[in-house]
Design a protein around this ligand. Structure first.
Ligand SMILES: O=C(O)CCC(=O)C(=O)O
Length: 264
């Protein structure tokens, strides 16, 4: 299985519609090159552009959905389209409703096969943690020969989420992120830890550049079930391409059956 992680920068001077069109072009460029394409967290707005969340929020089937469904179909790829700010109306007169950090996964026919609302919201007493509602459901997606569990950015710090995904059958984790450069060491370490402890592939796609005064780590990374780093991006915009061997999950779990020794 060939996977491409598209690490883009969120430049506040680039209009969101232009960025959507640019990202769709980058996805289409993976036609015949990748089976699975992965995008970062909140790439339409920027993960730290809190003041833009309300204005840029979209319904589930809004412009990002439409652009990414078409791009997946044109490219003939499974597309984890990263995440966007989803607005879910609650019927109140002000129309504000709730915001979620929502990921979308499309089939090569452009059909939505999964959506995931980020469970662990980042920011402590500000930002996403106060502006957005928390998702509640674990999500896995059956790709041909590989069951993928999805998580988003800050979720990476919560190993129990990944155990839950393993219990639901996950053999790989796809993690879009907007991880800050300040904590890049955590990103790399945690990506490897989640792969090793769960004997699963980790495909973690971050953002490049700086937005909202937060320098992004970039360094998207793909780790195999043994913990080996298969590929790692630099800090700038880049498409990271790797080949995954789905059989390696079962062989790793058989040869070193630590998952079977779980007590809790
Ligand atoms: O956990 C971190 O250090 C970064 C998390 C984050 O930036 C996010 O979830 O948006």
């Amino acid at each position: 299985m060939r996977a491409s992680l598209i690490q883009i920068a969120v430049d506040p001077d680039e209009p969101v519609d232009d960025r959507r069109a640019r990202v769709a072009r980058l996805v289409r460029e993976e036609r015949g090159v990748a089976d699975l394409v992965v995008l970062p967290e909140l790439w339409p707005t920027g993960a730290f552009a809190y003041e833009a969340f309300g204005a840029e929020a979209e319904p589930l089937k809004g412009p990002t959905y439409e652009a990414m469904a078409a791009a997946a179909r044109d490219a003939g790829v499974w597309l984890h389209a990263g995440s966007f700010v989803e607005r879910v109306p609650d019927g109140a007169a002000d129309g504000a409703g709730s915001l979620y950090n929502t990921s979308l996964v499309f089939s090569p026919d452009g059909e939505l096969v999964a959506s995931y609302r980020k469970i662990h919201r980042f920011g402590f007493d500000k930002g996403e943690a106060v502006l957005m509602a928390a998702g509640e459901d674990l999500v896995t997606v059956d790709l041909p020969r590989l069951t993928v569990g999805v998580a988003t950015c800050y979720d990476l710090r919560f190993p129990e989420l990944f155990r839950g995904l393993v219990d639901a059958g996950a053999q790989a984790f796809v993690i879009p992120a907007g991880w800050p450069a300040r904590r890049r060491a955590h990103w790399t370490l945690l990506a490897q830890a989640r792969a090793v402890e769960n004997q699963a592939y980790v495909l973690a796609c971050g953002t490049a550049g700086t937005h909202a005064d937060v320098e992004q780590a970039g360094h998207s990374i793909v780790v195999d079930p043994w913990g080996e780093v298969l590929a790692e991006a630099g800090p700038g915009e880049e498409t990271l391409r790797v080949v995954l061997d789905p059989a390696k999950v079962a062989s790793t779990r058989e040869q070193f059956p630590a998952l079977k020794d779980r007590v809790l």
